[in-house]
Design a binder for this molecule. Structure first.
Ligand code: OGA
Ligand code: MN
Length: 287
């Protein structure tokens, strides 16, 4: 085997990983190194992978239970572990800027953590890029861990005991209507505001577009805190923007990162990624 190499992508998060074909079974020691690197870097990019759905699902299972795609499950009751990001229908057809699916996916252009609206939220997300736009279409990432570490100790102490209501319909109805079956499948749920990585003990707050209010606080106070945390996490110098190349597989830690799509012109370009998610181990209130 070639040697696994990790090259940092940004001061606060991310590393590019070479020396491994993740579409093939992964040796135990390599898996341990990847898991440790995920705890340290929060995001790993494996370039040049000759991926397919079966290999992506097998890779996903190395990290835990795959999470059913909530859009399909909520609207139709069907379990599917792979979701499609982008506007491609088939080799000759794509959807434009005004198509309902493109509008709906624009919800991903708000800073978020995948599945934070679920009682057991996604631990990791894995995206593989099959087609990328000629301009635009980056995905941006920012760390709520370094964000937490920038706060004063006093401020950290005030945040530590708080709980937050996360609500998919609250966030997504800002962008596009939510299917009623889907909405009914996702009642608002509570999470800890501050989470701790069990591997390295580092703490972070956990917010994003789905975070609606702080339990026991007024709406005005809630929005002030949540918006402040979002703003200080995502200042330009703290953001890593990933410009996708075809063949990139990214895995990122939703427990401590926010991400968003930077947008692209769907009338002009094709964009196609497949996504899987790894379920968390339990409700965050039990962490
Ligand atoms: C995602 C996501 C944003 C984008 O894949 O989970 O939010 O379009 N993507 O880059
Ligand atoms: Mn997302």
């Amino acid at each position: 085997m070639r040697r696994l190499q990790f090259e940092p992508l940004h001061d606060e998060l991310g590393a590019r990983v070479t020396g491994i074909d993740i579409t093939k079974p992964i040796a135990g020691d390599a898996l341990v190194a990847i898991c440790e690197a995920l705890d340290e870097y929060s995001l790993l990019c494996f370039p040049g992978q000759d991926m397919n759905d079966a290999a992506q699902l097998a890779f996903t299972r190395r990290f835990g239970e795959p999470e059913p795609n909530h859009v399909k499950l909520g609207a139709t009751g069907v379990i599917d572990y792979l979701g499609t990001v982008g506007n491609v229908i088939d080799a000759n057809t794509k959807q434009g800027n005004d198509a309902p699916r493109t509008r709906y996916q624009r919800g991903n252009n708000l800073w978020h953590s995948d599945s934070s609206f679920r009682l057991v939220p996604a631990k990791f997300s894995i995206n593989h890029a099959y087609e990328v736009p000629g301009e635009g279409g980056a995905t941006q990432f920012a760390s709520m861990r370094t964000g937490y570490e920038r706060l004063s100790e006093e401020r950290q102490k005030t945040l530590d005991p708080l709980q937050v209501l996360h609500d998919y319909v609250f966030s997504r109805s800002q962008v596009a209507p939510v299917d009623p079956n889907h909405a009914a499948s996702l009642p608002p749920i509570e999470h800890k505001l501050v989470r701790t990585n069990p591997g390295n003990g580092r703490k972070n707050y956990y917010v994003g577009s789905h975070a609606r209010s702080i339990i026991g606080w007024t709406g005005i106070e809630s929005r002030k805190l949540i918006d402040e945390l979002l703003e200080q996490t995502t200042r330009a110098e703290h953001v890593y923007a990933h410009q996708w190349e075809v063949g990139d597989t990214l895995i990122w830690d939703n427990r401590c990162l926010l991400h968003r799509g930077a947008g692209y012109d769907a009338d002009k370009w094709r964009r196609m990624m497949r996504q899987t998610r790894v379920s968390g181990v339990g409700p965050t209130l039990n962490e």
